[in-house]
Design a protein around this ligand. Sequence first.
Ligand SMILES: [Ca+2]
Ligand SMILES: [Ca+2]
Length: 241
Amino acid sequence: MRTLFLACFLFACSQSDTGGATDSGTAAATVAPADDPTTDEPDPTTTSGETTYTVSVWADNWSSMYIDGTLVMEDSVPITTERSFNEEVFTFTATPPFQVAVELKDFKETDSGLEYIGEPNQQMGDGGYIAQFIRADGSTALVSDASWVCLVTHQAPLNKDCESSADPDTDCLFATVDTPEGWADPDFDDSQWAAASVYTEAEVSPKEGYDRVTWDPAAALIWGTDLEIDNTLLCRVGVEG
Ligand SMILES: [Ca+2]
Ligand SMILES: [Ca+2]
């Protein structure tokens, strides 16, 4: 019941609020119901605790986000686009506490984990992700940091020395973990997931789109323990009331 109520607000808000932000993309908007023009008004926190958040994310190379199990954002640039780096800015309304869950993907051409296979620049790609949730009054509700917990579901290559192989699909080893049922739901047990690793800008060298967002200084670039071989991650964090 609560999820359905939340979804209604999410779709309405994602459709109504595309102005002002750069490159605002959201899959939710494509299935949005008829909009209520009143949602274009500034949306202050109400007595119920309902709050509108402006979320900025940047991913190398792709991300999606769920709030209490409902998809609210999917990267507008397909991961198969070469050099898929872009920020996404979107809004949603919810009443804390709620659960944030994101899927993060570094581009890989095959299960070898490599990109530009057969070309002079054949290499292991690397990842990186940053996010912030800002309330309507300008205060920060959530940033990406080591308090997020993650499960890596695709790792490759496990043997990094295959990077220069002429046949990486044969020589590179990989490991996968099935995506757990209900992984984005509020009641999912993530107690065995690992804390996100924090990286510096120098380590990630964030590219296009990163500089178009004014990041809260507390917002950290995160990923798994290895920027190169951790290719797909699921991460979760709660927002308290
Ligand atoms: Ca990689
Ligand atoms: Ca990459």
